[in-house]
Design a protein around this ligand. Structure first.
Ligand SMILES: *Cc1c(COP(=O)(O)O)cnc(C)c1O
Ligand code: SF4
Length: 337
């Protein structure tokens, strides 16, 4: 009889274990945070199309007992999500019109975005992703064949942006194979990765990830997503260290969120802390006007005021660009203050 040798099997990486351990039941999260279940208004109806999902390491950065905690508010489904607000639609940024074959969204000159997966480690309530019909858009089908054909067929594309969802939800085997195929398209120069995982699931930055990131001729750029300085703790800083050692530029995009980071002092702290972690601020987005996110919106006049306060508080290189996405525009729209 042949007995399988346990050491010959590939062990599932630790981060996948951490992902499975994420909070998905509101009662468990409240219990862990010692928040009185009577306090935060909860709308269970909202969980049906967009479930609760919070990695434990991220929950550990929330203040216990505080239903107004800025990290908690990003993940907690509030009844306001159910409101129908004029101007807030299902496809706020017009992506559905732009998706080309194989899950490639090519809106801007020189760079194309690849919807690598619909999955994320955390579900952020303000996100447009909640309405995106990923099942129809997934590039991963057929080993990315459609996506690769689209990219190879357009020599104007120099940069591929892996997005989603969170592309780092995919296994490193899949990602390494994808990166390898992209290497073979001669007109590509850069591979950009839009991910929140090193922040919400620092375990994700492991040897297997670093191996393929460190390989190949394509220059890598990573755009992270941090909204509040409290999201950055020692575990995140440690996770970013090897990425910095690979000389991968780390940038950050934030979303300006009412009641969470809409003060100049918070944004100043965020910029400072990002820099201390080796990340430069890139964009400060106003909320995409998607259904369910209206209660997060900071109106554009208030956003302008905040930006003009912030620019007087930080060095120029720590000032993010206040930006908005307009359907049909040739780039993100920079909002002047
Ligand atoms: C935001 C976005 C990009 C990237 O824009 P940059 O200004 O280069 O960061 C690229 N493609 C699509 C479809 C986007 O939505
Ligand atoms: S795509 Fe980004 S912002 Fe949206 S839910 Fe996933 S991690 Fe959050």
């Amino acid at each position: 009889m042949i007995t399988p040798r346990p050491d010959s099997r590939q062990q599932a990486p630790l981060w996948q274990h951490a992902l499975r351990e994420a909070f998905t039941r509101p009662a468990d999260l409240l219990d862990y945070l010692q928040i009185d279940p009577a306090l935060p208004a909860l709308d269970l109806e909202r969980l049906r199309d967009f479930p609760l999902r919070v990695p434990r390491g991220f929950a550990a950065r929330m203040r216990p007992g505080d239903p107004a905690d800025p990290l908690f508010l990003q993940v907690w489904p509030r009844p306001a999500e159910g409101l129908v607000v004029p101007g807030f639609a299902l496809d706020a940024v017009g992506d559905l019109n732009k998706a080309r074959d194989g899950g490639v969204i090519h809106k801007y000159r020189g760079r194309a975005l690849l919807i690598a997966t619909g999955a994320c480690a955390v579900n952020c309530r303000y996100c447009f992703r909640r309405h995106f019909p990923y099942s129809e858009q997934l590039a991963a089908r057929e080993q990315w064949r459609g996506a690769l054909e689209t990219l190879a067929g357009d020599p104007s594309i120099e940069e591929v942006i892996l997005s989603g969802g969170d592309p780092l939800s995919l296994s490193d085997d899949k990602l390494a194979a994808l990166a390898q195929s992209l290497e073979d398209i001669p007109h590509l120069r850069r591979l950009r990765i839009h991910t929140r995982q090193p922040i919400v699931l620092p375990e994700r930055v492991d040897e297997r990830l670093l191996q393929w990131l460190g390989r190949g001729r394509l220059q890598k750029v990573m755009v992270l997503h941090v909204n509040h300085p409290q999201e950055l703790d020692a575990s995140v800083e440690r996770a970013l260290q090897p990425l910095r050692a690979l000389q991968i530029p780390l940038l950050n995009q934030s979303v300006l969120l009412r009641g969470i980071n809409d003060s100049a002092e918070t944004l100043r702290n965020l910029s400072e802390k990002l820099f201390a972690c080796g990340i430069l601020p890139y964009y400060l987005h106003v909320v995409d006007r998607v259904h369910g996110a209206a209660h997060f919106e900071v109106d554009v006049e208030a956003a302008r005021r905040l930006a003009s306060e912030l620019v007087a508080l930080v060095p120029g290189y720590l000032m993010p660009r206040l930006a908005r996405e307009d359907a049909g525009a040739a780039s993100k729209t920079w909002i002047a203050w």
